[in-house]
Design a protein around this ligand. Structure first.
Ligand SMILES: Nc1ncnc2c1ncn2[C@@H]1O[C@H](COP(=O)(O)OP(=O)(O)OP(=O)(O)O)[C@@H](O)[C@H]1O
Length: 266
């Protein structure tokens, strides 16, 4: 199983720069990337997953530079589920999830092997999307679509799973449902998971490690209880709040009169 390391990643997007980002995501653990809107979380995930090329620096999976992977080998090693934007896919849910198997197939359009069918069924089952398998993807609700997209990522059966805001569009029950599924995947199959989460309480509860970003830099990294403190909230989000832990679950109590500022993390 693989660990990810970034070394001095730099990228200039004009008004925004990733500034020599060096960090690591531990193998076989769940890491949450947190930080204010626009702090560079998605950009970092896109660079790790080769969807975006950095101007400087390197990404390694174990000791292998990601540039050295052949496309198909990379797709068998790492899956990235980007933030969902409106997709009007003319596909059934089963067809969408089957795309997850394409890196494992000999030729595009080749009839799927029984073993691949089994994995597609497993991904549909584990995400609770089997009941929608024969529906057109675009007719699903936002939450149902999100679970179908997660099923597609799981069907790819990689050692590393990157997810950008996997709980978007989901109600609270389905958010916990998805986070529990991811935890099960991590524990049972020892998959390394890195996900962007905005809910700090969920990030602490469902991850082993936190990486926090602010203005294109790493602001903090470590075990959740060490990272999520009152001083951290002030530094990264510019909010005054107390943090109390109850049974390992953080309670974030904002100071009275605390108002959101520009949302850029100060
Ligand atoms: N292709 C692009 N061209 C120019 N600027 C970009 C591009 N992609 C992202 N940016 C800018 O880079 C900054 C970081 O974006 P990014 O999506 O990585 O942030 P984020 O931390 O994931 O934010 P959010 O929590 O809102 O999803 C933002 O200010 C964004 O507008």
């Amino acid at each position: 199983m693989k660990a990810i390391q970034t070394k001095n990643i730099g990228l200039d997007l004009g008004r925004f720069q990733l500034q020599s980002v060096s960090t690591a995501f531990p193998a076989e653990k769940i890491t949450a990337i947190i930080g204010p809107n626009g702090s560079g979380k998605s950009t970092l995930l896109k660079i790790i997953s080769r969807l975006l090329a950095a101007d400087a620096g390197e990404v390694f999976i174990d000791d292998m530079n990601v540039k050295m992977f052949r496309t198909k080998e990379f797709a068998k090693t790492l899956t990235m589920l980007p933030q969902s934007k409106e997709l009007l896919l003319q596909l059934t849910v089963r067809e969408l999830v089957s795309y997850g198997r394409s890196p494992h197939q000999k030729r595009f359009g080749y009839k799927m092997a029984a073993a691949d069918e089994e994995i597609v069924n497993w991904a549909l089952e584990i995400t609770g999307t089997v009941k929608h398998a024969d529906r057109m993807y675009h007719t699903l609700s936002g939450g149902e679509q999100q679970k179908a997209r997660i099923a597609m990522s799981l069907a790819q059966k990689t050692d590393i799973l990157l997810l950008d805001e996997p709980t978007t569009f989901l109600d609270i029950a389905h958010q916990f449902d998805v986070l529990e599924i991811l935890r099960e995947i991590n524990q049972q199959y020892r998959v390394t998971i890195v996900m962007v989460l905005h809910d700090l309480q969920q990030a602490v509860k469902y991850s082993d490690y936190l990486v926090a970003m602010k203005k294109g830099n790493i602001a903090a990294a470590g075990v959740p209880e060490d990272v999520l403190t009152s001083a951290f909230l002030k530094n990264v989000y510019d909010i005054d709040a107390k943090v109390k832990y109850e049974d390992g679950y953080p309670l974030i109590i904002p100071a009275i009169g605390n108002v959101a500022k520009d949302g850029t993390g100060g």
